[in-house]
Design a protein around this ligand. Structure first.
Ligand code: ADP
Ligand code: MG
Length: 694
């Protein structure tokens, strides 16, 4: 691959900028650096037509005179541009010397930029100028691509326009056409334009139709190869891996089901258990994603399936993302299973060495039935006697690599059930979790009242406090959550401390607990336990309580500076209440200054309790490349052109097409599929090495 510094117009200095600022190292990288928008430069305005409301205009005119005003930092150069219909101003604050030396009055210029109004006159600040005919890149009279650049690049004149020029140099230096990456029959079947055509048109489109066709081709290909890869790995795994065969439902399951279960399971819970049970009996290794909204009762499903594993003489473990949650699971599960006489232990980063040794020993000997814990479970030192079933709770904190480590904990890889914290949009499920089968709990346990969500500004703080006081009088408990944002960590902790003090002052009659990430694990546990045992009325915390925490008596969730949280995070936090029979409330406090995105987030929270709807909105608000999960998942792909929030249809189609191909030719061995196979090999080199896990 050709290094970018060898491209005409680049050189070592620009090459370094392209490397550092945009991650462009080769010709290929530049070719795949796509525009973020297009501006139609087929239209020319006359000066009399221009108003300040137009986004961009393009005019042809002559510069009649220059005028300098101000000195030093305040210097500005104004040129008068005239055409047959009138005159307007062109203004420069920077690069004045260059402009004066190079722009000759009386010459015709094509002027392009954003019009504004000053002292009643239309002007364009720092316009782009071209001389008709002479300019080599014929941008004018066509549709112009715009590229994201950084401040540093702009300072060094590596602007969007300069990038466009480089793209033009790149195409000029290509010998012949760009080699097609898809087989001919496929290009025809899907009715795509050729790769060369698509790449040229994405940078230099003739019209809007060409942009659409180019984008479709590139998006389809991008999503198709991701799906092909995911589905081929899934298929390999299914063909090559044997799974533990759980042939029976035994005593533990039945005893629990008939004697210990404190409530009737929902139909959705039963349906999901049947799906999991079918997998476990199939002889294949199960890799299943369990989706369900907060509070839908995923833990119980996991627990029942763990009992099936134990009935079939294997060990099982449950991994949670935080110590608080691991501890909570340990407590509830131990309690629920106490009549069964099973051996259950908790392993986290803070388990003392001595206790840890005992756990290791019991695990290896097979004396332990259930191990509950955090990341500590996947360490190499943790060796099971016969691990058969693994539950990963609240998946968004764990990536593929960690999942893979669990697969290796037995000669026959254990069945894996991944539970998401909140529902995830369909498109995300198909990519980030595309190798998993999916089960959905689409029903909440009966008797739950929908949580009432209200948004207040600071001026209503007193009423909010009065309301909270009333709820506490009724015997309920309250969470107050403060944002924690890494950039200003110490400041945030100060906010939390202040919050704690304010809360203690406002509610002198109440006991207030506090938890945050900097506390020692046993301090955290102690505070959580105090709250759970109703020894305190209010829990002031950071988002450490975000996932999983289940305290049914807590009925008010107050979120401070709610505009600083993401949508899925708000939904997760809200999910901490509404777990008992009482009416619950979520109070979102915010300042008056809200960006349009935060307004949508808060409005969405107020409008709906439906996690599936919220996750879809969340996805649409996030830009491309800003996809929680795609990075963390460890799948190693980042999308260059497709957007999961917008390209759902293309994605579904690409997945269907990929699925047909894998079904007919799982090894991609046929001549027809040769190019596919090659591309997958290329992808393997550049990303996380999946082969270790399948
Ligand atoms: P999540 O799906 O968010 O992990 P949990 O598993 O923590 O939800 O369950 C939420 C609460 O609902 C728990 O207190 C649990 O005991 C209770 N629960 C689960 N299933 C049922 C059911 N079928 N009927 C009544 N309550 C249930
Ligand atoms: Mg849970």
């Amino acid at each position: 691959m050709q290094e970018i510094k060898f491209l005409p117009g680049v050189g070592p200095k620009r090459a370094e900028l392209l490397n550092k600022e945009l991650g462009i190292f080769t010709f290929h990288d530049l070719l795949y650096y796509f525009p973020y928008k297009y501006v139609d430069r087929t239209k020319f305005y006359t000066i009399s037509e221009i108003t300040e409301n137009l986004a961009f205009v393009q005019v042809i005119g002559k510069i009649s005179s220059f005028e300098m005003t101000g000195v030093g930092a305040k210097a500005r150069l104004t040129a008068i541009l005239t055409d047959s219909t009138g005159s307007m101003d062109l203004i420069w604050f920077k690069g004045i010397k260059w402009v004066k030396e190079n722009l000759k009055p009386g010459t015709l210029f094509i002027v392009f930029g954003k019009p504004s109004i000053f002292n009643g006159r239309i002007n364009i600040v720092h316009p782009e100028l071209d001389i008709p005919d002479v300019s080599k890149v014929t941008i004018t009279g066509s549709i112009q691509a715009f590229y994201n650049t950084s401040e540093k690049m702009k300072k060094n004149y590596l602007t969007s326009k300069a990038l466009l020029k480089l793209q033009s140099n790149l195409f000029a230096s290509l010998k012949g056409t760009i080699v097609e990456t898809l087989p001919e029959w496929f290009v025809e079947k899907i009715k795509l334009i050729s790769l060369h055509n698509a790449l040229y048109s994405i940078h230099f489109p003739k019209d809007n139709d060409q942009i659409r066709k180019a984008q479709y081709r590139l998006k389809f290909e991008e999503l198709f190869f991701i799906q092909l890869k995911i589905l081929s790995l899934k298929s390999n795994r299914e063909r090559k891996f044997k799974g533990h065969v759980y042939s029976k439902i035994g005593e533990y399951f039945n005893t629990f089901y008939y004697k210990c279960l404190p409530f009737e399971m929902t139909e959705a819970q039963k349906k999901v258990i049947r799906e999991i049970r079918r997998d476990m009996g199939s002889g294949h290794q199960m890799n299943r994603l369990l989706q369900g909204d907060v509070g839908s009762g995923k833990t119980l499903v996991a627990l029942m399936c763990m009992l099936i594993a134990i009935d079939n003489r294997t060990q099982t473990c449950l991994m949670a993302p935080t110590e608080i949650l691991a501890f909570q699971h340990y407590q509830t599960i131990s309690e629920m299973l106490s009549p069964l006489n099973l051996s259950i232990k908790l392993l986290t980063g803070s388990t003392p060495v001595k206790a840890r040794r005992v756990i290791h020993k019991e695990l290896e000997e097979g004396a332990l039935n259930i191990l509950i814990g955090t990341h500590a479970l996947i360490e190499d030192k943790v060796i099971f006697n016969n691990l058969g079933f693994v539950v990963i709770d609240e998946q968004h904190r764990f990536g593929v690599a960690q999942r893979a480590k669990l697969w290796q904990k037995n000669t026959i890889p254990p069945h894996i059930l991944v539970m998401t914290a909140t529902p995830i949009p369909r498109t995300l499920a198909m990519t980030v979790y595309g190798d998993l089968d999916v089960s959905i709990i689409d029903e909440l346990p009966p008797g739950r009242k929908p949580i009432k969500t209200i948004h207040f500004h600071d001026n209503k703080r007193k009423q909010v406090y009065d309301f909270i006081r009333e709820e506490i009088k009724k015997g309920r408990q309250v969470y107050i959550v403060y944002p924690l944002i890494e950039e200003s960590e110490s400041l945030d902790y100060k906010n939390l401390q202040d919050g704690y003090e304010v809360t203690s002052k406002v509610f002198p009659e109440c006991k207030v607990s506090m938890v945050h990430g900097r506390m020692k694990p046993d301090e955290k546990d102690q505070e959580m336990r105090r709250f759970k045992n109703k020894e305190s009325h209010i829990l002031v915390s950071t988002t450490v309580i975000e996932v999983g925490v289940d305290i049914p008596n807590a009925s008010v969730m107050m979120i401070e500076s709610a505009e600083r949280f993401g949508l899925s995070q708000l939904h997760q936090l809200r999910g901490r209440v509404g777990r008992g029979a009482d009416q619950s409330y979520c109070i979102l406090m915010s300042s008056y200054k809200l960006s349009s995105d935060s307004t949508i987030r808060l409005q969405t929270m107020v409008r709906t309790n439906d996690g599936f709807e919220i996750s879809e909105t969340d996805l649409k608000l996030r830009g491309p490349g800003d996809m929680e999960g795609t990075q963390q998942s460890g799948l190693g792909f980042d999308l260059k052109i497709a957007q999961l929030g917008k390209d759902g249809e293309i994605l579904s189609y690409a997945r269907r097409v990929a699925s047909d191909i894998i079904e007919n030719d799982p090894e991609l061995a046929s001549e027809n599929n040769f190019l596919f196979k090659q591309q997958l090999i290329r992808m393997k080199k550049s990303v996380f090495n999946w082969e270790n896990i399948s």
